[in-house]
Design a protein around this ligand. Structure first.
Ligand code: SME
Length: 157
């Protein structure tokens, strides 16, 4: 399955009123398989206390289960309210290492207007793994997941 097909499937799950947790899990599991360069794929959910908490993920377990807004690449994306594509994490001062092998990282916010629900975080062992086309596809997935939060979830942020 590619990301476009996944987006279609998630739209169907939202229309059927599936459980949000099941939607997020399906999205992460399939997204991870769409690209051989995705070595760790997960969702962090933003809680009202300004802390990101690890949700479903595929890949090696990480110590970073909770990340404060402003910390690391993940927390910076929330603080600056923007998606962040880091071609080489070795050049980034405030990077929180999940794996010593990680070279590039992509964080895409799952947001509805001003409300940030969560984020998709992808790590790769390859430098500059996330080209424009890949980023755009992950952004389309994030948009449909934002609709899932609006339709199926209780907004936490
Ligand atoms: N690298 C992230 C932390 C999350 S782990 O990579 C899964 C960061 O700097 O925020």
């Amino acid at each position: 399955m590619n990301i476009e097909e996944l987006v279609g499937e998630i739209e169907g799950m939202v229309a059927r009123g599936a459980e949000l947790s099941g939607v997020l899990e399906r999205a992460v599991n399939v997204l991870h398989e769409t690209n051989a360069r995705f070595d760790w794929t997960g969702i962090y959910e933003l809680f009202p206390d300004g802390v990101l908490r690890l949700g479903p993920f595929v890949g090696a377990p990480t110590d970073h289960v909770f990340i404060g807004v402003g910390n690391g690449v993940c927390g910076t994306a929330v603080a600056e309210r923007r998606n962040i594509n880091v071609p080489d994490v070795r050049e980034r001062a405030n990077y929180l290492a999940c794996s010593a092998e990680t070279r590039s990282e992509l964080v895409v916010l799952i947001r509805s207007g001003e409300t940030i629900h969560a984020q998709i975080d992808i790590d790769s062992h390859s430098v500059a793994a996330f080209d424009e086309k890949t980023v755009a596809a992950v952004e389309r997935l994030a948009a449909v997941l934002a609709r899932a939060y609006d339709a199926l979830g209780v907004s936490e942020a």
